[in-house]
Design a protein around this ligand. Structure first.
Ligand SMILES: Cc1cc2nc3c(=O)[nH]c(=O)nc-3n(C[C@H](O)[C@H](O)[C@H](O)COP(=O)(O)O)c2cc1C
Length: 325
């Protein structure tokens, strides 16, 4: 095994490497989480990936038994997520090490997790929200920068990470376009104590993404990523494929006029979110035929096991440390 890397994050979770396998809707499965933790990182998954709730409990049991290291669960803390309380109950019951909150207010999750040994990191895209999470007692922040897969932030990692570090005394995880040792070294230079890897882990042998999705990642340049709210109503990064072009990347004229009303915008967002979550393979809009990914796609050239992604990342990181001016 390669030399470990010690940061505030690795000490807090007792892991060899400061790499979190990012939670990805419809992608992160048991195999990916287990492989990430076994490779020396911390594997996570969105609680919503396992439905009904009995499937989620079963996944937690399997992952805790086989990961051999710490694991995390991502919980959407928005009112629309009717399962959030059950997701939290079961995560705490199974002793997950980390809960990552996205959207909404993480107050209850932090309060309840802190009655146990579970830590809570919150997804943040700006300083205001990060301060709220810190005031509520979050243990760390995930700085979701522009260029991330999924619902990316708008700020560059070069600004967001040092900005958060200058104002808030919490460990920060860098998220967005990190696929190798270069990204990891840069993230540490900016003040991060761990990195998130999403898109890189979709193109792995353990990932359940279909062949078309993996190939789109391997063959796309960075310029192929477009930011659009057409898929689920919230701006997200997607690979510009024929399926994505079919749903139209721009708002049509009527939507543009109506969207000046806040109520309409919200209704539209919720309709699109529901449509993309529930749609089958043949539907025009579904997470199954449009592919979310970050700007890092241009740096990914093959499908390899997760352990190999780790090996390359760590060895490149140590190599870069020698070469830096
Ligand atoms: C297909 C896909 C699905 C995602 N689903 C979620 C999710 O359910 N919850 C969440 O907090 N983040 C989600 N994300 C965002 C990732 O957790 C992470 O922030 C992002 O992938 C990091 O950027 P990268 O892909 O450039 O590494 C998703 C990202 C992708 C690519």
């Amino acid at each position: 095994m390669m030399q470990s890397i010690e940061t505030e994050f690795t000490k807090a979770f007792n892991v060899r490497y400061p790499i979190i396998g990012a939670p990805m809707f419809l992608v992160s499965n048991e195999e990916m989480v287990i492989a990430t933790s076994r490779a020396g990182g911390l594997g996570t998954f969105p609680a919503l990936n396992f439905r009904p709730i009995e499937r989620y409990a079963e996944a937690l049991r399997k992952i805790k038994a086989e990961a051999g290291g710490p694991v995390g669960v991502n919980i959407i803390v928005q009112k629309q997520n009717k399962f959030q309380e059950k997701h939290l109950d079961l995560a705490l019951e199974h002793g997950v090490d980390l809960i990552i909150t996205s959207l909404g207010n993480p107050r209850d999750v932090i309060r309840r997790a802190h009655q146990t040994n579970t830590k809570v990191y919150c997804d943040v895209v700006n300083l205001d929200y990060a301060k709220k999470c810190a005031d509520l007692g979050a243990d760390g922040l995930i700085a979701v920068a522009s260029g991330a897969g999924g619902h990316a932030g708008e700020l560059s990692a070069f600004a967001l990470i040092p900005y958060l570090k200058a104002h808030i005394n919490l460990p920060v995880v860098a998220a967005g376009s990190i696929v190798d040792g270069k990204g990891m070294a840069a993230a540490f230079a900016l003040g991060a104590s761990a990195v998130y890897m999403g898109t890189r882990l979709i193109a792995t042998t353990e990932s359940p993404a279909n062949q078309e999705y993996k190939e789109a990642i391997v063959h796309s340049g960075c310029e192929k990523i477009v930011n659009t709210d057409r898929v689920d109503g919230f701006p997200g990064n997607f690979i510009k494929t024929k399926s994505l072009e079919k749903i139209g990347l721009e708002m049509n004229f009527i939507e543009a006029v109506l969207s000046q009303s806040k109520r309409f915008r919200r209704g539209l967002a919720l309709t699109r979110a529901a449509r993309s979550l529930l749609a089958g393979d043949k539907s025009k809009v579904s997470y199954k035929n449009v592919f979310s990914a970050g700007h890092g796609v241009g740096l990914i050239h093959d499908v390899v096991p997760i352990a190999e992604v780790f090996r390359r990342t760590i060895s490149e990181y140590y190599e870069i440390r020698q070469r830096l001016p």
